[in-house]
Design a protein around this ligand. Sequence first.
Ligand code: F0G
Length: 454
Amino acid sequence: MSHAYLQCIECGHRFPSNREAIYACPQCGDLLDVVYDWQDADADRLKTLFRQRRVSNAPIDVSGVWRYRELIPFYTDEAQIVTYPEGNTQLLDAPRSAQYAGLGRLTFKHQGFNPTGSFKDNGMATGVTQARVLGARVVACASTGNTSASMAAYATRAGMLGVVFIPEGQIAFGKLSQSLDYGALTLQVRGDFDAAMQLVREVAPQVGMYILNSVNAFRLEGQKTIAIELLDQLDWRVPDRLVVPGGNLGNSSALGKGLKELYDLGFIDKLPRITIIQAAGADPLYRTMTSPDPDRLVTVYARTLATAIKIGRPVSWKKAKRSMTWTDGWVTEVTEQEIADAKAIIGRDGIGCEPASATTLAGLKRLLEEGTDAPIDRDEEVVAILTGNVLKDPDYTVRYHLGDLYEDYVTETVVTSRSGKIDTHFANHPIEVAANAAAIIAVIERHLAQVAPV
Ligand code: F0G
C-alpha cells in the first residue's frame, strides 16, 4: 500500500499523516495536502479494477468514494473506513440549460443525489475515516449548512459527537433541520460564516475536537473522487471544462488535485479547465484574481441569497488558485438575478438544485455572452457540478415563483428591509382555485390554450 504524508503547499515540508490532527504547516502555517508515494497505482489495472467493483455488493465497493480507494490510500486498515455509502451521483443531460447558456450540450453531475443531499458526503466519508484513524471522539465544523448536515450524519453513524457552528439565521432550513435530526450539538453563532470558522479553529484544540472543514486535507481527498467518478462515468474521456461554484473553495481545490494526480499517474492525457463561479456579493477569489496583486487574498463582507456560498474569507483560496493554474482555469462572478433565473431553468430541465449550484449555469451563460475575451466555445464539452439538492432551500424556490424574492431577504427568521427585488423571469406561479371540478377544468383549458408545451 502507498504511504501517505501531509505536505505543505508552500514550503514543501512533510509530516506524518496519522499521528495527530494538524490543519496547517507547523513550519510556515500554510495549507497542507495529503500526498502519497504511489505504489500499485497502474492506471490500466486500476481502471479495470474500478469497473469490476461496480458489480460488488460490499459497501466499500458500492461507495463512489471508496471504490477508488487505491487513489486515496491514507488509512492503514480497511476496517477504519467510514461509508454511508455515498457518491454514485448521476450525469444528467440538460438540453434547456444548454440552450439557455448558448452551449451545444451541457451535462450536470448532480452531487445533490448524495445521502445528505450535497457533495459534502464525498468529503465526510474520508474526513470521518481520518477522525477514526486518529481516535477522535468529537468532530466539529463551521458551516453554511451542507457541511454541518453531512458531518452530523456521518458523525452519528461513526459513533462520534458532531459539533456544528452555524451563522445564526443565515442557513437554509432544510440544512438546519438535518443537523438537528442527526443529533449534532448545533451552535447558532451570532455572527457570519467567517466568524464561525475562526471560532472553530480557536475552540477545537482547547476541547479536543477534530475539525472537518475543508482546511482538513483528508476531507478534500474524498471530494477529489467526484472528479475520478466523473471520468470513470465518461469512460475516461476528458471534458473540455468542469464548472463549479466557489465558496470556501475546498471543492475546486479538491477537483484540481484529483485531476492533476490522474494526469500524473497516466489515467488521462489532458485536463479539463476548472471554471469557478462566485456570487457577485461573495466574490473574494474573483476580486483577488482581477486585482493588481493576485497573491494576496481580497476579503469581502459576503452577501448573497445563495447562503451556501456566503463566504468572504475562503480558507482554501490558494489551493483553488493552484487548480486554475494547473488546468488553465478561470473564475467569474454572477449576480443574484442571474443565479435565480439559472436555477429556474435547471428546474425546467426537471433537475433542480439549490441556489449556489445554479451559479454554474449562470456563469456559463455569462462567459459565452462576454464573447471574445472569454475563453469558451459553444461546442465545448462541458460538465457542471450541481452541488446541492433542490429540497435544501425550498423557501428560496417558492419565493422566486411567487415573485417574492428580495436581495436582502436572508432566511425565514431574518427578513431585513424590502429592497432589491429579484425579477422572476421564469416564474411558475401557483393558481388558487375553488374546490370545484368545473372551475378547475376552466383553469386547465385556459392554461392549455395560452401555453405552448415546454
Ligand atoms: N455549493 C453548495 C451547495 C455548498 O454547500 C457549498 C459550500 C459550495 C457550493 C461551495 O463549495 O466551499 O468547496 O467552494 N458549502 C460549505 C458548507 C461552505 O459549510 O456547507 P466550496
